[in-house]
Design a protein around this ligand. Sequence first.
Ligand SMILES: [Zn+2]
Length: 292
Amino acid sequence: MEIFPRRQIEFRLILTALSCILFSLPFIVTGKALIVIPFVFAGGGLYYFVFYYPKYLKRRGISKNPLTDEDRKILSEWVSFYTSLSNEDKHTYEADLAIFLSEHTITGIDDVEITRKIELLVAATAIRLIFKRPEWEYRDFGDILIYPGGFRTDGSYSTDLKGTDTAAAGLVHSAGNVILSLPHLLRGFQHDNDGYNVGYHEFAHILDGYHPDGVPSELSLGAYRPWVEVMQAEFEKVHSGRSILRQYAGTNPAEFFACSVEAFFEKPLEMKKRAPDLYKQLSEFFNQNPLS
Ligand SMILES: [Zn+2]
């Protein structure tokens, strides 16, 4: 994660400048341009620096001393990926985790108490995906809600599962909130080589864009065609029961992408052997090789 995300800064500066130009138009028409417009742009600049710039300064401060020794102990105990990192990568990963936690709210539902361990594990899944793409930023999303268990998929989101045999472990709500079931989140770390990790899955949906379709918005134009061809071929394998991905990946292209991400990080050896093209696409996309 970049401390000063160039693309986001440029985008917001352009947006601020365009707003200033639009606001100035009536003064140009009435001949007051020379008097008023400098004030409009000074106001726009002030707005930008007051509302956006402090966020990046805060990032810089956090990245200097991101985590405590106790945090590192929790990560060492729970996140095998963290222990495999070089010292340099560890520092980057720690800074990313701390910045992510400072910019997102994690709320416990019912009697779930949000401990430091839960915070770190949520961030660990989100950051794993974007760790080697510092230019990426998750699009804005709502709160991260931690449920005490699986929940109903009938729209009630109730954790009372009586009378239903389908429960969800996680979800990205259309309103923007990310829901994660706590036992499923923990299980993802306790069994980190079975292709199930609800955190990877839901943050892959966020990465997939506002309208998840299995073609993430960060995919470069040149990569689009091979990506779609490889995904389509493996999607068909899921339907014929020949894929390394679980059956749920065949639900639609968005679920296919999210399940692929889980398998890529948790079963990279098996994916490379049995679906080398899929492995290659994901490896290039994330700029990561989980086998190394
Ligand atoms: Zn999903």
